[in-house]
Design a protein around this ligand. Structure first.
Ligand SMILES: CC(C)(COP(=O)(O)OP(=O)(O)OC[C@H]1O[C@@H](n2cnc3c(N)ncnc32)[C@H](O)[C@@H]1O)[C@@H](O)C(=O)NCCC(=O)NCCS
Ligand SMILES: Nc1ncnc2c1ncn2[C@@H]1O[C@H](COP(=O)(O)OP(=O)(O)OP(=O)(O)O)[C@@H](O)[C@H]1O
Length: 230
C-alpha cells in the first residue's frame, strides 16, 4: 500500500486536487474532515477543547462554534499551539483508522490530504509528497472570496502555517494551481500516472514495506538455519 501525502497552503487547492483523485477512484483521507469529527458534540476531543477554551466557544446546540474558535486560534499563536496539541492525538488516530479501513478494503494507493503535513511531521509516513502551490496574490484572493473574510483575516490564516514556498521546497511533486482548473487537471493527470505505476525494485527495497520484508526474511532465514544446525 502506498500512502501519498497531499498538502499545501490554506485555500491553495488541496480539496480541488483531492476531488480529482476521488473522481479517478483513488481514495482520499481528508484530515480536515477527521478534525471536524473528533470535536463533534459529546466526543473526548470536544470536552478537551471546551475545558481549555471555555463554554464561550459553544453554540446553543452544544456544538463547537468553529468560526469563533477559528478567530481565537488564527490570531493567537499560543492558543493555536494549545488547540493543535490537544487535538493532535485524536486527529492522528482518526487518520490511522480511516487508512486502516481502506487498507482492509484492499486500496493500493491512498491520498492523505493533510494541511499540516510538514508541521506535524506526517510527511515522514508518506511518499511521494505532493504540494499544491498557488501564487500569493491568487491565494489571498481565493481565500477572501471562499470564506467571505477581509484581507487582514485572510493574512492571519495564511500566516498560521509554514510558508507555502517553504512547503514547495520540501515537495517531491508540485502542482501549480495558480491558473485555471483545466491547467491543474492536466498537471494532475501526469501525477496520477506517476503514482499509479508499480514501484520499481529499488523504490520497493527502500520503502518501509521493503525493509520490513527484508528484515523478516533475514530473521526467518537465520532461525531456519539455526534449527537445522547440529
Ligand atoms: C480552527 C478551526 C476550528 C477552524 O474551523 P473552520 O471550519 O473555520 O476551518 P476548517 O477546519 O475547514 O479548516 C480550514 C483550513 O484552515 C487551516 N487550519 C486548520 N487548523 C489549522 C491550524 N491549527 N493551524 C494552521 N492552519 C489550520 C487548514 O488549511 C484547513 O484546511 C479548525 O480548523 C480546527 O479545529 N483546527 C484544529 C485542528 C487542525 O489542526 N486541523 C488541521 C488538520 S491537519
Ligand atoms: N484553479 C482554480 N481556479 C479558480 N478557483 C479555484 C481553483 N482552485 C481552487 N479554486 C477555488 O479556491 C478556493 C480554495 O480551494 P480549495 O478549497 O480546493 O483549497 P484548500 O487548499 O482545500 O483549502 P483549505 O486549506 O481551506 O482546506 C475554493 O473556493 C475553490 O473553488
Amino acid at each position: 500500500m502506498r500512502l501519498v501525502g497531499l498538502t499545501g497552503g490554506i485555500a491553495s487547492g488541496k480539496s480541488t486536487v483531492s476531488n480529482l483523485f476521488i473522481s479517478e477512484g483513488v481514495p482520499v483521507v481528508d484530515a480536515d474532515v477527521v478534525a471536524r469529527d473528533v470535536v463533534k458534540k459529546g466526543t473526548g476531543g470536544s470536552k478537551k477543547v471546551v475545558k481549555a477554551f471555555g463554554n464561550d466557544i459553544l453554540l446553543e446546540n452544544g456544538e463547537i462554534d468553529r468560526a469563533r474558535l477559528g478567530h481565537i486560534v488564527f490570531t493567537d499563536p499560543a492558543k493555536r499551539q494549545l488547540l493543535n496539541r490537544l487535538l493532535a492525538p485524536y486527529i492522528s488516530s482518526g487518520i490511522f483508522w480511516e487508512v486502516f479501513k481502506l487498507w482492509i478494503k484492499g486500496s493500493k494507493v491512498i491520498i492523505l490530504d493533510i494541511p499540516l503535513l510538514f508541521e506535524t511531521k506526517m510527511d515522514q509516513q508518506t511518499s511521494p509528497v505532493i504540494v499544491v502551490w498557488v501564487d500569493p496574490e491568487t491565494q489571498i484572493k481565493r481565500l477572501m472570496a471562499r470564506d467571505g473574510i477581509p484581507e487582514e483575516q485572510a493574512k492571519n490564516k495564511i500566516n498560521a502555517q509554514m510558508a507555502l514556498d517553504q512547503k514547495k521546497t520540501k515537495a517531491n511533486i508540485v502542482i501549480d494551481n495558480s491558473g485555471t482548473i483545466e491547467e491543474t487537471r492536466l498537471q494532475f493527470q501526469k501525477v496520477l500516472n506517476q503514482i499509479s505505476r508499480p514501484l520499481t525494485w529499488k523504490e520497493y527495497a527502500l520503502s518501509r514495506d521493503g525493509i520490513f520484508l527484508l528484515l523478516t526474511s533475514a530473521v526467518v532465514g537465520v532461525l531456519a538455519v539455526r534449527k537445522n544446525l547440529p
